[in-house]
Write a protein that binds this ligand. Structure first.
Ligand code: KG4
Ligand code: ZN
Length: 337
């Protein structure tokens, strides 16, 4: 079974083909961030126009480049939400038109389910149920993952998402958008313990997060301090440390609360090396299995949509030609469309 996946929820145009017998057949990404850098963040109108400009050509080129026959595709999976409405509409329209012309069904995929299940692509040892830590530019959530499509929210950020906090502090430190990975690089030169930032609500019994207070705390320091390279690196180091300490503590708490043995970490921020190191140490110490996907699959891509499309297609069957987008679409509200 072959599924074409299309991802256009934000500013990355991602496409891929996943075959359940062979694995990944192709995977292509057009990253728009250089267009949005100038504005310090994603401009929705620009993002949708760019998707429109590149998507059809990207798909056509992929079929030619990898010598894949369009008629061998069984269904087209596209991101139907959550995301920017204009960007989602471009992907949904193209996916549905192509599916119509090939007389095959569409599969509407939730972007967050795409992130959540990506680590399973390579790590076949991952078994449900597990705790999912989803850390991206728009979400910070702890999920009780019972099965494909069956998720329960354990906790989430009460304000800023963790990726958003990384991006805001990175911007104040003079780094380009999206700043998470550049901030992490800068942090490598930081002196550990030079600053001491708060670890927000780390000791609270619930599984929620809050990053806006930390962001304000750090912004005030950035405004007060003389920002030479070393000082910027010290700030980046302690910010990364504070955020990752909270993510690790809450993940551990969730595993203990549910008495689960497996933690699956996904979303753009899960590419962060320090987060990976700390979660792996926690896993070793408390005898829990911790899984991530390859760093390049942590951020938005078409492969996660093709893969989850395939899982849903096999599990739920009876898919039709459907077009819809849901800019707000909770992981706990997945239906078969
Ligand atoms: O999952 P994603 O590609 O997009 C959303 O669905 O939001 O996540 C993007 C976020 C951005 O905020 C980016 O700064 C962050 O992931 N990010 C990182 C790293 N790589 C990407 N944050 C911290 N460390 C990284 N290495
Ligand atoms: Zn994403």
């Amino acid at each position: 079974m072959r599924i074409l996946g299309i991802e256009t929820s934000c500013d990355d145009t991602g496409i891929a083909i996943y075959d359940d017998a062979v694995g990944i057949l192709s995977d292509k990404l057009y990253n728009q961030s250089h267009f949005h850098n100038f504005y310090g963040g994603v401009v929705p109108e620009l993002a949708s126009r760019k998707h429109l400009e590149v998507l059809a050509m990207l798909i056509e080129t992929m079929f030619q480049e990898f010598n894949i026959d369009k008629s061998s595709i069984d269904a087209i999976a596209y991101t139907a939400g959550p995301g920017l409405v204009g960007s989602l509409l471009v992907g949904a329209t193209l996916a549905t038109s192509l599916a119509f012309s090939l007389n095959i069904p569409t599969i509407l995929v939730n972007h967050m389910e795409g992130h959540l299940l990506t680590p399973m692509l390579e790590r076949t040892r991952i078994k449900f149920p597990f705790v999912g830590l989803l850390v991206s530019g728009g979400h910070t959530q702890l999920i009780n993952a019972h099965d494909i499509g069956k998720y329960e929210l354990l906790g989430e950020s009460l304000d800023d998402a963790v990726g958003e906090a990384f991006d805001k502090i990175a911007k104040l430190l003079g780094l380009n958008y999206p700043g998470g990975s550049s901030l992490s690089k800068l942090a490598k030169s930081g002196i550990p313990g030079y600053f001491k930032f708060p670890r927000p609500i780390i000791n609270r019994k619930d599984l929620n997060f809050s990053f806006s207070g930390l962001k304000t705390f750090v912004s005030n320091i950035i405004r007060k301090e003389k920002l030479n390279f070393q000082m910027r690196a010290n700030i980046a180091k302690e910010f990364e440390n504070a955020v990752t300490d909270v993510l690790v503590a809450k993940s551990k708490q969730a595993l203990e609360k549910l008495n689960y043995t497996t933690l699956v970490v996904s979303g753009g921020v899960s590419a962060n090396t320090i987060l990976r190191q700390k979660l792996n140490s926690m896993g070793k110490f408390f005898h829990r299995k911790v899984f991530f996907s390859k760093p390049e699959w942590c951020t938005d891509n078409g492969l996660m949509i093709a893969y989850v499309g395939m899982l849903r297609f096999k599990k739920f069957k009876n898919f039709d030609l459907n077009i819809a987008v849901f800019p707000k679409w909770a992981l706990t509200d997945l239906r078969v469309i």
